[in-house]
Design a binder for this molecule. Structure first.
Ligand SMILES: [Zn+2]
Length: 287
């Protein structure tokens, strides 16, 4: 499952490649699962729209769309002032789910199995959405008001971060994964951040001293930024969301290392399940 750094990398790769393109036409498969908005609405919103920007919001990829509306004979125009066409804004929102990917390719490139959407772009290239397991989601926000919920972990400030966990009786790991608090911090990055901050994943959020939550604040940003920096160097022409290559170059200090020695103190790393997710920690370094 692509996590925040991978989605950021993919969004940056797409922004570099297709910003400014106009969507000339859209093809959508008949599979219903990937479509969170009705197919006709998605097609209508995308066709003849210009892709003004591509960015990440939480684990969503948001395409900011602009289209020139009809020139309205305003009073200003009638008074001889310049009439500017009304610019309609909308957003196309993609969640990659478990196995979704967005590919920018030449039209002659063979269409992969499990392709659910093809956008024909003004440059002649195509943007394709492929998703074998169909947990990915496509939707449109006609008023450009998409809200990914929660707060962006790379933008939140220290006081706000601390306030998110105040009085919470849930394990800190669950709170970190709660998308209504912080958006987009996934399992791997939660484990790695908790290790760097010296906090056990099961520890109740409310019982962690302020100073240690401050450490966690810095650890979360550090881990995500390191992963983005590593992912950013692996962008290829093939915008891929499998996360197989390049993305997981961040050396995991605890995640997936059950039974292996802690890189700091050599104590074997433990694994526990919290809220259905594997959590890895060093019983000596994390309190
Ligand atoms: Zn240790």
């Amino acid at each position: 499952m692509p996590e925040l750094p991978e989605v950021e990398t993919i969004a940056r790769g797409l922004a570099k490649r297709i910003t400014g393109e106009v969507v000339e036409s859209v093809w959508l498969s008949r599979k219903k699962e990937p479509l969170k908005s009705p197919a006709a609405e998605i097609a209508k919103m995308l066709e003849h729209s210009r892709i003004a920007a591509v960015r990440r919001m939480g684990k969503h990829i948001v395409f900011d769309l602009e289209r020139n509306g009809a020139v309205r004979p305003t009073q200003e125009a009638q008074a001889g002032k310049s009439a500017r066409p009304a610019q309609d804004k909308a957003q196309w929102v993609v969640h990659l789910g478990m196995t979704g990917s967005l590919l920018v390719c030449e039209p002659q490139t063979e269409i992969e199995k499990h392709t659910h959407a093809i956008l024909h772009l003004s440059s002649g290239r195509e943007l394709r959405f492929v998703d074998p397991r169909r947990f990915g989601r496509l939707s449109v926000a006609p008023a450009a008001d998409f809200d990914a919920g929660g707060i962006e972990p790379l933008e939140v400030d220290l006081d706000h971060f601390i306030s998110l966990f105040r009085g919470r009786k849930t394990p800190i790991k669950s709170a970190l994964l709660n998308q209504k608090l912080l958006r987009g911090v996934g399992n791997i990055y939660a484990d790695e951040s908790l290790f760097r901050a010296g906090i056990r994943p099961r520890r109740r959020a409310a019982t962690i001293p302020r100073e240690r939550v401050g450490k966690l604040f810095h650890a979360v940003k550090e881990v995500l930024q390191e992963a983005i920096a590593l992912g950013g160097s692996s962008i290829s022409d093939y915008v891929d969301a499998d996360g197989e290559e390049g993305f997981f170059q961040l050396q995991h200090r605890v995640y997936g290392r059950e039974g292996e020695p802690c890189l700091v103190c050599k104590t074997p790393i433990k694994r526990v399940v919290i809220a259905g997710r594997s959590s890895h920690y060093c019983p000596k370094c994390q309190k």
